[in-house]
Design a protein around this ligand. Structure first.
Ligand SMILES: Nc1ncnc2c1ncn2[C@@H]1O[C@H](COP(=O)(O)OP(=O)(O)OP(=O)(O)O)[C@@H](O)[C@H]1O
Ligand code: SF4
Ligand SMILES: [Mg+2]
Length: 328
């Protein structure tokens, strides 16, 4: 497996206490595969991505357990210098907000070119040609003329394309995209997502796509990992999940999006609120909101049950859930 995260734990020490942001994340992505990571706001998606990339805010953040295996090597054991080399060259990240991720006082051509100067030892001139080539690749019109422009001179969608170009520059094996289209208009969102999916196929990269949007997932992802209170509670091929979720939280998420084949049915929203990560509920963290919860759920943390060779669920009653007894 290209990337394998095992039992990752991250906490933040704050004035109010310890925030348990990531509580045993286990998941992985293969080369050429797209894994969508879904979950409500605050479920730990971005923090997990930051820990994997090695860009966690430390302190207050701290990785307090687990492994991040990239091609079999545990990145958490490497020196910062080695990690920096891997970052960019072998794994890259695309952020939600290109305007704050790009350098405002450097032209996009220089920013793109810098990757080749620093990592590949190219001359400025050759690097600039590469920058234009990349801008073309992500379909920025008149790339040759716009290479000398600054980030603020581009529209939101074009800036996001530039960030995709930055991530792709060194042809990394893995890209983590954290809500790459959330800040864009709906039509632009679809274009940027299509571009990302196309490039992922072409380059054969592993792609981890963090998103709130179950709608886009069906089109582009191979697998889905559903996150709740800092854990992956279900992980499975997309089609399996859409056919029948094996975790009540996944069921709740699916039932809360409008679907053409369910026209006229009332939309179901998961009752209650996501947990306070300063005090994660004991047992199954989802129990205060779960329609299937019973006594054992309040005391025993569910392990990751193997539902099939390609599917796991952290629910004591995953079988009942698969049978459709989790509400709606
Ligand atoms: N620097 C920090 N200091 C303290 N707590 C933090 C910090 N960064 C993140 N957290 C906490 O970690 C938890 C997980 O946050 P994270 O940003 O990973 O959520 P998310 O799933 O990405 O949410 P969203 O969908 O809103 O982006 C939250 O409770 C958040 O408050
Ligand atoms: S373990 Fe219990 S509370 Fe948790 S999701 Fe399953 S049924 Fe619900
Ligand atoms: Mg986030």
């Amino acid at each position: 497996m290209l990337l394998e995260v095992r039992d990752l734990h991250v906490e933040f020490r704050t004035r109010d206490g310890v925030v348990h942001a990531v509580n045993g994340v286990t998941c992985g992505v293969d080369a050429g595969e797209t894994l969508a990571v879904l979950g409500e706001s605050g479920s730990g998606k971005s923090v997990t991505a930051q820990a994997v990339m090695g860009i966690l805010d430390t302190p207050p953040g701290r990785i307090c357990g687990g492994q991040v295996l990239f091609r079999g090597t545990d990145l958490l054991t490497l020196k910062e210098e080695e990690r920096r080399r891997i970052r960019g060259a072998e794994m890259a990240m695309i952020f939600q907000d290109a305007l704050s991720a790009l350098n405002p006082v450097m032209t996009v051509g220089d920013q793109l070119g810098e990757m080749f100067v620093v990592h590949r030892g190219m001359s400025r001139k050759a690097a600039r040609a590469k920058a234009v080539e990349l801008m073309d690749r992500v379909r920025i019109p008149a790339a040759g003329q716009r290479v000398g422009d600054y980030p603020h001179q581009f529209s939101g969608g074009m800036r996001q394309r530039i960030m995709i170009a930055m991530a792709l520059a060194l042809e990394p094996a893995l890209i983590i995209a954290d809500e790459p289209t959330t800040a864009l208009d709906v039509t632009v969102q679809a274009q940027v997502m299509d571009l990302l999916a196309e490039l992922q196929h072409e380059y054969g990269m592993g792609l981890v796509l963090i998103t709130h949007d179950l709608g886009v997932v069906a089109d582009v992802a191979d697998r889905i990992a559903v996150m709740y209170a800092g854990r992956i509670v279900e992980s499975a091929p997309v089609h399996d999940i859409y056919k029948a979720p094996a975790h009540p939280y996944t069921r709740g998420l699916l039932d809360s999006i409008p679907r053409l084949d369910r026209k006229g049915r009332e939309l179901y929203a998961i009752k209650g609120l996501p947990p306070n990560l300063l005090a994660v509920p004991p047992g199954c963290a989802f129990h205060p909101r779960c329609p299937l919860a019973r006594d054992v759920c309040r005391t025993d943390v569910p392990p990751l049950y193997e539902v099939s060779g390609t599917r796991t669920s952290a629910c004591h009653f995953w079988k009942e859930c698969l049978d459709g007894r989790a509400g709606s």
